[in-house]
Design a protein around this ligand. Structure first.
Ligand code: 13P
Length: 344
């Protein structure tokens, strides 16, 4: 599989006006989401919910690809059509989460290392046969406020996670699958935006050092990072403009221009704030890479609520999803305004 196909897929995923829907919640996470609306997490309910999103007409105008969970890539719609086929018919590219989750890192209280490399070559071959053209692997890093003597993330956490991300990315490219490399610095805590900036910069520098060392082709991958924010419990919250400035500066220092796109995760921001931040970041452009979204919660939260597990609320759920997709598509071009929130 050549670099050309990888590059074309990566570029299609960040085509103008388009971004990615992350619908790859693991069993535990989707249960949490369903608990919040009082719906039981059964296989059929998970299928119904995701089928609702994938059938939303017009989504392909704003959504280039969808990240699926292992169960979903094998699932069929209520009428027997494979869910992957629903996406392909709309012109949406199917992707797959391939990591096995973040597990406690030995000798490092409060830190994790993401597992899932064993047997990955074989799993990637199967996923490609099932239709996946891109994949995702998420590493997480927590900040333990340096100003108070904390030492997280540790050098060993940075090292092992970057090493695993690069091993994953190389295996993906070998299999003709575009790797989305997702190092997520968690924003839980009272750290300042400057501490976020320092940690995110260190994390990304190590990730790209390992990617280069393991011969990953930057042109055939995408980066899915956190934005540089104030910790959610920080007394002083940075403004939208400050977030945009810190975020752009961090990525200009660390992300090679050969990477076709940066697709942000929302990471627990409200849906409207995630849109406003993406817009402000794009207004500081032009950037060397496309700057778009790969949101989970920030695209789905209103849709999940509107649906509420009710068959007669499918249209309402789809409308709520399409609205967030449309507004994030505008933000991805730097043309979002708050007034757009009022329109349905
Ligand atoms: P959020 O946008 O909800 O953070 O989810 C994105 C994602 O894929 C996390 O791995």
């Amino acid at each position: 599989m050549g670099l050309r196909e990888l590059r074309e897929t990566a570029e299609a995923l960040v085509a103008p006006g388009k971004g990615i829907l992350a619908a790859d919640e693991s069993g535990g996470t989707i249960k949490k989401r369903f608990d919040s609306i009082g719906v039981e997490s059964t296989e059929d309910n998970r299928r119904d919910y995701r089928e609702m999103l994938f059938r939303a007409e017009g989504a392909a105008d704003h959504i280039s690809g969808v990240i699926l969970f292992d169960e979903t890539i094998r699932q069929t719609a209520a009428d027997g059509t494979p869910l992957v086929e629903l996406l392909e018919k709309q012109g949406v590219i199917p992707g797959i989460k391939v990591d096995a989750g973040a597990k406690p890192l030995a000798f490092s209280e409060g830190e994790t290392v993401t597992e899932g490399l064993d047997g990955l070559r074989e799993r990637l071959a199967e996923y490609r046969d099932l239709g996946a053209r891109f994949a995702k692997w998420r590493a997480t890093y927590s900040i333990d406020t340096a100003s108070k003597g904390g030492r997280r993330p540790t050098a060993e956490c940075l090292d092992v996670n970057a090493h695993a991300l690069a091993r994953y990315a190389a295996l993906c490219q070998e299999a003709g699958i575009v790797p989305i490399v997702e190092p997520e610095v968690l924003m839980d805590g009272d750290h300042t935006i400057d501490e976020s900036f320092a940690v995110t910069t260190r994390v990304l520098a190590e990730v790209f050092r390992q990617l280069r060392a393991q011969q990953v082709a930057f042109e055939g991958m995408l980066l899915k990072p956190n934005m540089v924010l104030s910790g959610y419990e920080c007394a002083t919250q940075a403004s939208v403009e400050e977030v945009a400035e810190h975020t752009v500066r961090c990525f200009r220092l660390t992300v090679p221009a050969a990477v076709p796109g940066i697709v942000f995760l929302s990471g627990g921001q409200s849906d409207e704030l995630a849109t406003a931040h993406l817009d402000a970041i794009n207004r500081l452009g032009p950037h060397p890479w496309q700057v778009s979204f790969s949101y989970g919660r920030a695209l789905q939260a209103p849709a999940l609520k509107a649906w509420g597990g009710q068959v007669d609320q499918v249209a309402a759920g789809q409308a709520a999803y399409l609205k967030r997709a449309r507004l994030n598509s505008a933000a991805r071009e730097g043309s979002y305004t708050e007034a757009m929130e009022a329109a349905s």
